[in-house]
Design a binder for this molecule. Structure first.
Ligand code: UD1
Length: 336
């Protein structure tokens, strides 16, 4: 069962799971997605993937889903994710992101279902002392309620796995998910002005935004702009398949594990902009402005653990990824 399965990462994960032979049920409340996303999954897979419109904070409605479907694993994506909004509306984030996750954990226990995969974030590493970050790198105090909900949910999962016999948990810490499915039938669909770099770039290229602002060029990095680990969305989705196989395939007893999901390759903002221009043969209107509050200069993943233990590694090139991001934007805007 995939909660938040109509979202950006959820839809791509559903497609890869179905492709790997898993039966999937998607639930979503459509608070930041819509039915077209579920249709996209069905079109790509050719499977009439079951869908239930449910808010994971509604325990009774969620219990009905557990009664109706016999899944043994849950991937929990359903959460709010706007960093800035979480600062001005902390209760909205704590209530939604934590109540929903506790409902999931409680129902897994109630129904004796063993496997929980939680959608965490590299944001838990804050500004790291050493790079690349491994799963052993210390978590830093969260700088936003959003980041705090990721840390707290990781802890909830860890504690539940320690306390409840037979419960297995994996937290995947995503770096920066980007790109879209090669079919261009699913992708990232931010509401309003995009906060993340790649959607801002594709909307600028499409003429919806006038000019990309590059936040800061005086960071202690080779070209002065921030370094991130941009992970292709299909590669990221496949990491979930590998993690579910680990939990269902007898390779993981009980307990709780954490894996970084990134490429291990740092890319600067300017490199990403130039990469996008080159991959798609166009020029992007951009200007350098001041730093954005809360940005860390550099963070990228040590992926050894995921490579070794999940037998997974990022495969798509940044060029392919950035081409897919543009193909998706054109599809959404009817620019084909
Ligand atoms: C952000 C969140 C992070 C969250 C992740 C989800 C912040 C501080 N962090 O990560 O908690 O898990 O999204 O995807 O919001 N940039 C520009 N111009 C733009 C937008 C971004 O220059 O218009 C730069 C940023 O300064 C940063 C890089 O691009 O250096 C990536 O930014 P973004 O896509 O927002 O991701 P993060 O900030 O890494």
């Amino acid at each position: 069962m995939i909660s938040g399965g109509a979202g950006y990462i959820g839809t791509h994960t559903a497609v890869e799971l179905v492709g790997a032979g898993f039966g999937v049920v998607i639930i979503d409340d459509f608070s930041n997605s819509d039915a077209a996303a579920v249709e996209g999954v069905r079109r790509i897979t050719g499977v009439d993937v079951p869908f239930e419109q449910v808010d994971t904070c509604n325990e009774e409605a969620l219990r009905a889903v557990f009664r109706k479907y016999e899944f043994d694993s849950v991937i929990h994506f359903a959460a709010f994710k706007a960093v800035g909004e979480s600062v001005s509306e902390p209760l909205k984030y704590y209530r939604n992101n934590l109540a929903s996750f506790m409902n999931i954990c409680a129902l897994m226990r109630e129904f004796g279902r063993p496997n929980i995969l939680f959608s965490s974030s590299a944001t838990v590493y804050g500004e790291p002392d050493a790079l690349p970050v491994t799963e052993q790198s210390p978590r830093q105090p969260a700088t936003s309620p959003y980041g705090n909900t990721k840390q707290m949910a990781e802890d909830i999962l860890r504690d539940c796995c320690a306390a409840y016999d037979g419960l297995r948990g994996i937290a995947l810490r995503y770096f920066n998910p980007v790109g879209a499915h090669p079919s261009a039938l699913i992708g990232e669909l931010p509401r309003g002005v995009p906060q993340n770099l790649v959607p801002y770039i594709t909307q600028t290229a499409a003429g919806i935004r006038e000019c990309l602002s590059v936040f800061g060029s005086d960071y202690p990095t080779p070209d002065g702009t921030c370094l991130r680990d941009y992970i292709d969305i299909v590669d990221l989705a496949r990491a979930h398949v590998a993690a579910v196989k680990r939990m269902t395939g007898g390779r993981m007893k009980a307990g709780y594990e954490i894996f970084n999901v990134g490429t291990g390759r740092p890319v600067s903002v300017l490199e990403l902009v130039e990469g996008f221009e080159k991959a798609n043969g166009l020029k992007l209107n951009y200007k350098i402005v001041g730093r954005r509050a809360g940005d860390v200069p550099a963070v990228w993943a040590d992926t050894d653990l995921a490579n070794r233990e999940l037998g997974w590694k990022a495969e798509r090139s940044l060029e392919e990824t950035l081409r897919s991001a543009w193909a998706w934007e054109k599809h959404v805007r009817g620019m084909e």
